[in-house]
Design a protein. Structure first.
Lengths: 113, 110
């Protein structure tokens, strides 16, 4: 069984550009969450989707957006990239049931230059 | 969401048992306690989850007192490969968002 897969694994972008990160959850999981992890810190919550609806949003600017598709995969979009957006972006999937643990992908390392 | 407090770092010799305690004074009735392990440049990996009393699996044990205001992750006989950051999280799980704290950086010494 495949785990949570994220693409691409690494990415280099220039300030002001746009980026799209992709996530495929574990088969059968309906919940996908996105996190940003800056070097030396714990992951910070960005978005959570369940059954294609946004269920939670962290303290991030409107430059960050996301969506979930009918097959439960998800995209995270970041516009007008800043140097401070350089981080490891993590996707987590869960069944959506109360008490269910979240399984994380390996992340996408985004570097903004 | 309940805030968690953990030691920033711990050192342990190989082969010893390691106990990492997490405080979560305002835990809600429907909150679960979950621990994750993270290696550099990798996604967090689920270790163990519990609601009350004691939970044990093949890699760790989780002790939760009756008031549930704290929990202790116990790693038996650690090895060098257990060097990682360990996060304690509190929440209802499922489709609820997960909030990470600063984590505990465990360094296992040969």
């Amino acid at each position: 069984d495949a785990g949570v897969t994220q693409s691409p694994t690494h990415l280099i972008k220039t300030r002001g550009q746009h980026v799209t990160l992709r996530c495929s959850p574990i088969s059968g999981h309906k919940s996908v969450s996105w996190y940003q992890q800056v070097l030396g810190q714990g992951p910070q919550f960005i978005f959570q989707y369940y059954e294609k609806e946004e269920r939670g949003r962290g303290n991030f600017p409107d430059r960050f957006s996301a969506r979930q598709f009918p097959n439960y995969s998800s995209e995270l979009n970041v516009n007008a990239l800043l140097l401070g957006d350089s981080a490891l972006y993590l996707c987590a999937s869960s069944s959506g049931q109360e008490g269910a643990e979240a399984f994380f992908g390996q992340g996408t390392r985004l570097t903004v230059v | 969401l309940a805030k968690t407090t953990q030691p920033i770092s711990m050192d342990s010799y190989e082969g010893q048992e390691v106990n990492i305690t997490c405080s979560h004074n305002n835990i809600a009735t429907n909150d679960y306690i979950t621990w994750y392990q993270q290696f550099p440049s990798q996604g967090p990996r689920f270790i163990i989850q519990g609601y009350k009393t004691k939970v044990t699996n093949e890699v760790a044990s989780l002790f939760i007192p009756a008031d549930r205001k704290s929990s202790t992750l116990s790693l038996p006989r650690v090895s060098l490969s257990d060097t990682a950051v360990y996060y304690c999280l509190v929440g209802a799980g499922g489709y609820q968002k997960v909030t990470f704290g600063t984590g505990t950086k465990l360094q296992v010494i040969p």
